[in-house]
Design a protein around this ligand. Structure first.
Ligand SMILES: Nc1ncnc2c1ncn2[C@@H]1O[C@H](COP(=O)(O)OP(=O)(O)OP(=O)(O)O)[C@@H](O)[C@H]1O
Ligand SMILES: [Mg+2]
Length: 256
């Protein structure tokens, strides 16, 4: 489904991605971990085409991303749903309108919705958005303004918006970073249910190793821009975790 081949990206004279390689099979769910600044977000953005690698390739469904061709990029992104840490919703419009905006195809941070385009949605799209809000468990909040929703509810809206695109791939960049533990568990359960029931391939950046262990059978770790671990989660030993994080300040709390 996705193959990342020897991706390199330099920012300000520093190799942020330094020859990263990984593949994800269709229908698989993979957790992506690594210290802050190791390049996780940059890697995700190379997969959705918003970061143009200096060298290397990203191949999706057998086709290399053509970073120079806007039309082809748009086509690639159409099938990639994005979930963000800060939800990236339009706060002053309803949950339903945010979800319908997913039908417009993805812009980088999802907030480029123009309210006047709302009238362009047809009945079918509206019904689909409503169904998706029910599917993610907040059908009763469809007409609520997003700024009145809780963090967990906002993330559900964002997930429904991503599903509106009928994505083949979901990229979630720290989807639970701003949620309390109980809500985090529920949101991850929802994402994994989507992966299993709808067969949507998923790459999920996470910082909480217990959440990784509870939900993902495969984990990939980035360190200094290259992959330093890729394997079954149960083989991620304490020693390996220490290698990945190199006794980073927060490691103890991550492992706890
Ligand atoms: N557009 C950019 N311009 C310049 N530097 C950038 C840009 N994007 C990322 N970087 C740098 O690249 C490095 C890796 O950033 P990235 O956001 O990929 O890390 P990350 O692993 O996602 O970290 P975190 O866990 O904190 O989110 C950082 O040092 C960051 O400052
Ligand atoms: Mg990041």
């Amino acid at each position: 489904m996705v193959r990342i081949e020897n991706i390199r990206k330099r920012f300000n004279g520093r190799d942020v991605l330094d020859g990263a390689n990984m593949s994800v099979r269709k229908g698989e769910a993979v957790a992506l971990i690594g210290p802050s600044g190791s390049g996780k977000t940059t890697l995700i953005r190379a997969v959705n085409g918003f970061v143009v690698p200096d060298s290397g390739k990203v191949i999706i469904r057998g086709k290399g991303i053509n970073y120079r061709n806007k039309e082809s990029l748009r086509h690639t992104r159409k099938k990639i749903g994005m979930i963000y840490q800060l939800f990236n919703l339009v706060e002053r419009t309803s949950a339903l309108e945010n979800v319908m905006a997913g039908a417009l195809g993805r812009l980088d941070n999802g907030v480029n919705l123009i309210s006047s385009t709302i009238g362009l949605f047809n009945r079918e799209e509206r019904d689909k958005a409503m169904e998706l809000l029910k599917f993610v468990g907040i059908g009763d909040k469809a007409f609520e303004r997003v700024d009145r929703l809780s963090g967990g509810q906002k993330q559900r809206v964002a997930i429904a918006r991503a599903l509106m695109q009928d994505p083949e791939l979901l990229l979630a960049d720290e989807p639970i970073a701003n949620l309390d533990p109980k809500t985090s568990r529920k949101i991850l359960e929802l994402l994994l249910r989507i992966n299993m029931e709808k067969g949507i391939t998923m790459i999920c950046v996470l910082h909480h190793l217990d959440a990784v262990r509870d939900n993902f059978s495969r984990v990939v770790a980035l360190k200094n821009g290259s992959i330093c671990f890729d394997g079954e989660t149960y083989t991620l030993t304490h020693d390996r975790i220490h290698d990945i994080y190199e006794f980073e300040e927060d490691t103890e709390c991550l492992v706890a």
